[in-house]
Design a protein around this ligand. Structure first.
Ligand SMILES: *[C@@H]1O[C@H](CO)[C@@H](O)[C@H](O)[C@H]1NC(C)=O
Ligand SMILES: *[C@@H]1O[C@H](CO)[C@@H](O)[C@H](O)[C@H]1NC(C)=O
Ligand SMILES: *[C@@H]1O[C@H](CO)[C@@H](O)[C@H](O)[C@H]1NC(C)=O
Ligand SMILES: *[C@@H]1O[C@H](CO)[C@@H](O)[C@H](O)[C@H]1NC(C)=O
Ligand SMILES: *[C@@H]1O[C@H](CO)[C@@H](O)[C@H](O)[C@H]1NC(C)=O
Ligand SMILES: *[C@@H]1O[C@H](CO)[C@@H](O)[C@H](O)[C@H]1NC(C)=O
Ligand SMILES: *[C@@H]1O[C@H](CO)[C@@H](O)[C@H](O)[C@H]1NC(C)=O
Ligand SMILES: *[C@@H]1O[C@H](CO)[C@@H](O)[C@H](O)[C@H]1NC(C)=O
Ligand SMILES: *[C@@H]1O[C@H](CO)[C@@H](O)[C@H](O)[C@H]1NC(C)=O
Ligand SMILES: *[C@@H]1O[C@H](CO)[C@@H](O)[C@H](O)[C@H]1NC(C)=O
Ligand SMILES: *[C@@H]1O[C@H](CO)[C@@H](O)[C@H](O)[C@H]1NC(C)=O
Ligand SMILES: *[C@@H]1O[C@H](CO)[C@@H](O)[C@H](O)[C@H]1NC(C)=O
Length: 590
């Protein structure tokens, strides 16, 4: 995570593996790059390429009919599944749409009406068997869910090809969409299954210590954990668990680095302990994911672990300039060996070959924007300016004026890329908060207040897990993240975060919008979670107002912050907002 650029140990491992430290891309020979850009003062700026642009708009409206399964996989144990069908009006993707259809009247005549309902049939494309028949969807709606019986879909490792046919009532306008559906054999080897909910982006697991067969959402909240530190004492795992972290992302490498950068004997002892604690594992293959035999050996060794939550391949593959096909090669290999767990990777660049690294390369896209105590326009490490074609400042193309906006902007940008690419099924986004400092580009650690802002701001912009870089860290950061862990991983909060998507709402004070504040709401189960984050180091005085959608009636509970909020006239109100204040509240709806 940017540590990689400078560490001689790491470079040693890279060259051992025979991966070129100097990527090709558009760089002249001998020019080292980060995010495709030259960053050494001896080298000149050139256009790094790989920049994804918004597609051209269609002059007339399009109907973007899409289908995907609710869950990335079902198993033989599941009797029903569901599909999500979208029919959004778009100006970039979809098929032509005009707002008229013939409608058959009772007296036999046909009258012309607006085209507001799409008639839909969904079937197994290969057998022709119907799965959902005669469903009706409102034009320009998304998140339409249709359940179906899995009984005719024999469990197998290959996916089923699914096709949706949609039409206007007169059949004049027709639409086709396809997806793939997995119904996998049940596990018989004791290993866990992690499902990914494509609708809301959350992971689902079964509590194996209780032998539970029900699926529960898990909001992963933790750190990338130093193996050097962790491996010194088995009880470090118990300490992480009691701090409230629910997963461990093991960073491979360190003094015991072997072929996989772990001492396998020792690793097994730690994984046994994690199995016992139900402390979930995020297994990182950053140094080896491009080596197919190393991937095979690791995946086969780890895949039957009860505590395995997910895999992690490229660590900043875009920054490092890993081959453009590296993540997708690893992804398909991992899925062929273990179809039961999702795959993740972390991108560091603002906009560098996003599609190549992610489209068929990962289920989960992580961002590691580290905006605290860093000069993002001048590289203090390399002594060059940083801009969109040159330099490495530790935070690629970051916001010069409101550092925190680099985080929310990046998450919004990743989402925009997937809208531009019409990515289907959807990607999930996770955040890597900055939990380090006083090294390389960063002059100090974040304060606890900054840490809470970075975490909760990410939630407001759709992050479905937080895994900070790195543990161990400063005691005050352990303190604040441990308190946040308790709030975010409790069932009540997780039900909102992984049971809805956030909608941004406006914060205002005095006469205008507070651009330096960020708020979002999640509506779920007849209640609303509201999160308000000040991105300003200064206090704001006067009445602060958070506009709320719908019918909030009262504050039910305060999850984070000092309270003082009341609900009145469709808004959440309070006197003043402190610098870097963070509030999370649950509201009742009337
Ligand atoms: C790039 O910089 C390196 C020193 O870091 C130098 O050896 C090399 O000649 C430069 N190449 C070009 C094309 O500027
Ligand atoms: C449906 O298509 C037919 C043939 O293209 C056309 O004559 C008719 O007007 C269309 N109906 C409507 C309601 O647009
Ligand atoms: C059929 O009914 C519609 C109203 O539903 C009316 O507008 C139309 O004139 C009727 N046509 C005939 C032939 O009766
Ligand atoms: C289609 O026309 C109806 C009636 O004017 C209107 O209510 C609806 O919003 C239109 N739909 C779209 C997608 O343009
Ligand atoms: C869809 O709409 C048609 C026509 O309005 C109606 O006959 C049918 O029952 C509807 N299907 C469902 C599943 O609601
Ligand atoms: C479609 O829905 C979007 C999102 O709700 C809305 O912004 C847009 O105005 C709608 N378009 C039409 C044509 O109704
Ligand atoms: C399974 O397939 C058979 C044969 O096509 C069909 O008759 C039956 O209704 C299907 N069952 C379900 C639950 O879809
Ligand atoms: C779960 O199942 C295992 C194996 O059958 C059994 O040993 C254990 O006691 C069960 N645990 C609980 C909490 O029921
Ligand atoms: C690996 O760890 C085990 C258990 O601590 C130890 O006995 C062994 O010497 C270690 N192996 C290496 C190569 O360091
Ligand atoms: C991956 O891309 C590299 C070029 O970077 C190429 O040499 C290799 O053949 C590709 N591998 C596959 C499996 O396509
Ligand atoms: C970035 O900075 C370099 C070095 O000053 C300069 O050559 C290049 O034109 C700049 N790029 C942009 C897009 O401003
Ligand atoms: C709101 O606007 C009025 C009139 O422009 C001004 O007098 C007042 O000071 C403003 N209040 C705040 C809190 O900015």
């Amino acid at each position: 995570m940017m540590m990689t650029m400078l560490s001689p140990l790491v470079l040693g491992i890279i060259s051992l593996l025979g991966i070129g430290a100097q990527a090709a891309f558009d760089a002249p020979p001998g020019v080292q790059i980060w995010c495709g850009k030259a960053y050494r003062p001896e080298n000149a700026s050139f256009n790094p390429g790989g920049w994804l642009e918004a597609p051209a708009s269609s002059p007339s409206p399009l109907l973007n009919v899409k289908i995907y399964p609710r869950m990335n996989l079902y198993t033989a144990d599941d009797q029903t599944g569901s599909f999500i069908v979208e029919a959004a009006i778009s100006n970039i993707h979809g098929a032509p749409y005009y707002n008229t259809t013939g409608s058959l009247q009772n007296n036999g005549s046909v009258s012309s009406e607006s085209f507001t309902t799409l008639y839909v049939d969904i079937s197994d494309a290969d057998s022709g068997n119907a799965l959902v028949s005669g469903a009706n969807i409102t034009v320009n709606s998304t998140a339409n869910e249709f359940s179906f019986s899995l009984s005719n879909l024999t469990a197998r490792t290959n996916p089923y090809n699914i096709v949706l046919y949609g039409a206007s009532q007169d059949g004049n306008q027709t639409y086709t969409a396809t997806t793939q559906l997995y119904r996998l054999p049940s596990r018989t080897d004791g290993g866990s299954v992690t499902k990914l909910d494509y609708l809301y982006g959350g992971l689902m697991v079964q509590n194996y210590l209780a032998n539970s067969t029900t699926w529960s959402p898990i909001f992963p909240y933790s750190y990338y954990v130093s193996w050097d530190w962790l491996s010194a004492n088995l009880s470090n795992l118990d300490a992480l668990k009691s701090d409230g972290y629910n997963i461990v992302h093991l960073i491979p490498g360190g003094s015991t680095a072997g072929e996989y950068a772990f001492n396998i004997t020792l690793l097994d002892q730690f994984l046994d302990r994690m199995d016992t604690l139900e402390l979930w594992l995020m297994y990182d293959m950053r140094w080896t994911y491009q080596n197919q035999s190393a991937v095979a050996e690791q995946v086969n060794r780890i895949k039957t672990r009860k505590s395995l939550l997910l895999w992690y391949t490229g660590d900043e593959p875009d920054g490092n300039g890993d081959p453009l096909n590296a993540t997708s090669i690893a992804y398909s290999q991992i899925k062929s060996l273990d179809p039961y767990h999702p795959v993740s990777l972390c991108l560091n660049c603002y906009n560098f070959h996003y599609q190549a690294y992610t489209a068929t390369g990962t289920d989960i896209v992580m961002e590691d924007v580290y905006p605290i105590a860093v000069n993002t326009s001048y590289s203090t490490v390399y002594g060059t300016v940083c801009n969109t074609t040159y330099g490495c400042c530790g935070c690629d193309d970051c916001n010069l004026f409101t550092p925190f906006r680099s985080i929310s902007g990046r998450l919004d940008q990743l989402h925009a890329y997937d809208v531009w690419l019409d990515t289907n099924p959807p990607k999930t986004y996770w955040g890597v908060p900055q939990g380090f400092g006083a090294s390389q580009f960063w002059t100090r650690y974040p304060t606890p207040a900054e840490e809470a802002v970075m975490d909760v701001l990410r939630l407001n912009h759709g992050a479905k897990a937080l895994v900070a870089w790195t543990f161990p860290t400063q005691p005050d950061l352990v303190d604040v993240t441990s308190r946040l862990a308790a709030v975010l991983t409790q069932q009540e909060t997780t039900a909102f975060l992984l049971g809805a998507q956030p909608s941004g709402v406006v914060v205002s004070a005095g006469n205008g919008t507070l651009g330096n504040a960020d708020a979002a709401v999640w509506v779920q189960g007849g209640r609303m979670l509201v999160s308000v984050v000040s991105l300003d180091y200064e206090d704001v005085e006067g009445t602060v107002r958070v506009s709320l959608p719908g019918n909030a009636s009262a504050v039910s509970s305060v999850l984070w912050g000092n309270g003082g909020w009341t609900v009145s006239g469709g808004a959440l109100m309070k006197s003043g907002l402190s610098g870097l204040e963070v509030d999370m509240l649950i509201l009742d709806l009337s």
